[in-house]
Design a protein around this ligand. Structure first.
Ligand code: FE2
Length: 128
């Protein structure tokens, strides 16, 4: 499965989940992390081509397994309803979450494009 996850420079590849987190978090205080797909180059967001979800994990240094922080699904892709509602919504592939940790570690993000598959990135998080 790990071979299915692609990585690249997020400034040149629109599918890479970009993690925005502080370099240092205060110990056991909420740290806010945002993950965006298409931060530098916008990813298409149409009914036929979209980012379906982002997952975020935190792997504390020295621990055997990562913690799963969540899966954030984007379910509105412009499909029109019938009847009087003529609005059309496209969910943007961006999420902001907060969590607490007492240990430093690595954030791992994954994203899924319905046409171009699985993408991943990581970012270090220090704790003071
Ligand atoms: Fe795509």
């Amino acid at each position: 499965m790990k071979d299915l996850y692609k990585t690249a420079d997020w400034k040149a590849e629109k599918h890479v989940p970009v993690i925005d987190a502080p370099e240092k978090a205060a110990k056991d205080a909420p740290v806010e992390v945002s993950v965006t797909v298409g931060k530098e180059i916008a990813h298409p967001n149409t009914t036929g081509h979209f980012i379906a979800w982002i997952e975020l994990y935190f792997h504390a240094d020295g621990e055997p397994n990562p913690h799963f922080l969540g899966r954030y699904t984007f379910d509105a892709h412009g499909a029109s309803g019938e009847g009087p509602d003529t609005s059309t919504i496209y969910a943007e592939p961006k999420v902001t979450v907060a969590f607490k940790t007492g240990k430093p570690g690595t954030l791992h993000a994954a994203s899924y494009c319905n046409i171009h598959g699985l993408w991943a990135s990581e970012a270090k998080l220090a704790v003071e």
